[in-house]
Ligand binder design. Structure first.
Ligand SMILES: *Cc1c(COP(=O)(O)O)cnc(C)c1O
Length: 397
């Protein structure tokens, strides 16, 4: 099989045979003319069922994940919802990594719970805890590694072995790592989900999600059949323009990820030696508990760095005071972003055991010159120190 960047550029991206256009046209159409009743010219009938632009992207992404088939949706959450509906039945139980995307937890605990789905949250780094959480009705294990926002690293092969023992499926949210850094299906996962909004789109200009499945039978049908039918019957597909933007982004994923990783690594080490930073979470640091596992399981350590500052006032001032690190949710674009997870991405977890610490901020390191980013962080840390000191003075006054 061809290498990563070759597949990224060519898989699913066949040239236009009619005009020779190097880039396949965007098939901005809802329906396809039939040559007779149910005589379809190229297999396409209606764009909810299939559309060449969407299908090209699905093939491209499935090739990069080494999966049997891929399915593209309107958002990451729509992809997750479709997968859950495709494989679960009322009464099923999910073992869910505790440190994960807040919206995934909300989807399961507030929407799917209405159809009798229950879940238990576990420490993703502790396989004994995962085993203990398994129940006779556990149908699914759901894992994010590296996790969000604490960048924990889980042993995907270990989770996959437990899923098989339990007769359950393992789903891995591969949004943070992307197939450039890690391919969970090769470690035994049954399905991968993505928010293609993040690194795959890569330019913060499109929402999207995807499910990529292994060749696996589940409850009497293949996973591909189950997800494909859910996509068609549930209808949360990505449109042609969005599919095109995701496919265009995916072509340069390898180049961008290499740069994100290099800069994040520089930044994590710089922060780690800075006196105003209480703690840095980055799997590329030798002190990170998952460092060696990440080195085995991933090509590199990723573009996300989280850090804890002296206190909440420092974290807020840091997040609000930088120029290149713009305050916003989301991640994975070419521009650097900073987020205050407790009250932004993970606000739905406040008051639960899963709530995020008040002094934590998360950086999505972009592709700008790393010297400029370090200067920006220095500005942020000065603002943080002033805010923290100001608060201490106010408390003592
Ligand atoms: C953003 C994100 C999602 C949700 O994707 P949307 O495209 O926002 O719907 C799921 N998982 C992870 C890890 C994410 O970062």
């Amino acid at each position: 099989m061809s290498g990563f960047n070759t597949l990224a550029v060519h898989a699913g991206q066949s040239k236009d045979p009619h005009t020779g256009a190097v880039i396949p046209p965007i098939y901005q159409t809802s329906t396809f003319i039939q040559d007779g009743i149910n005589v379809l010219r190229a297999g396409h009938e209606y764009s909810r069922g299939s559309n060449p632009t969407r299908n090209g992207f699905e093939e491209q992404l499935a090739a990069l994940e080494h999966g049997a088939a891929g399915y593209s949706f309107a958002s990451g959450i729509a992809a997750e919802d479709a997968l859950l509906r495709a494989v679960l039945q009322p009464g099923d139980h999910i073992v869910l990594g505790a440190d994960g995307y807040g919206g995934t937890n909300r989807l399961i605990s507030q929407l799917h719970s209405k159809w009798g789905i229950t879940s238990s949250a576990v420490d993703i780094t502790n396989l004994d805890a995962v085993r203990t959480a398994l129940r006779p009705n556990t149908a699914l294990l759901w894992l994010e590694t590296p996790s969000n926002p604490l960048l924990g690293i889980a042993d995907v092969a270990g989770w996959a072995a437990l899923a098989r023992e339990a007769g359950a499926l393992l789903v891995v949210d591969n949004t943070f790592a992307t197939p450039y850094l890690q391919r969970p299906l090769e470690f035994g996962a049954h399905a991968v989900v993505h928010s293609t909004t993040k690194y795959i789109g890569g330019h913060s200009d499109v929402l999207g999600g995807a499910v990529i499945v292994a060749d696996h039978e589940h409850r009497g049908q293949s996973l591909a059949q189950a997800v494909s039918f859910q996509q068609f019957a549930g209808g949360a597909v990505s449109g042609p323009q969005d599919s095109y933007l995701a496919a265009r982004g995916l072509k340069t994923l390898g180049l961008r990820m290499a740069r994100h990783c290099a800069s994040a690594n520089t930044i994590a080490h710089w922060l780690d030696s800075h006196e105003d930073v209480a703690r840095v979470y980055y799997p590329g640091l030798e002190s990170h508990p998952g460092h060696e596992l990440a080195a085995r399981q991933q090509r590199d350590f990723g573009g996300i760095v989280s850090l804890q500052l002296a206190d909440e006032a420092a974290a807020r001032a840091f997040a609000e005071s930088m120029h290149y690190f713009q305050l916003s949710v989301s991640l994975g674009g070419v521009e650097s972003l900073v987020c205050y997870p407790r009250e932004m991405t993970h606000a739905s977890l406040i008051g639960t055991p899963l709530e995020v610490p008040a002094n934590l901020v998360r950086l999505s390191v972009g592709i700008e010159e790393v010297e400029d980013l370090l200067g920006d962080l220095e500005r942020g840390l000065s603002a943080a120190a002033r805010a923290s000191q100001g608060q201490r003075v106010a408390v003592h006054a």
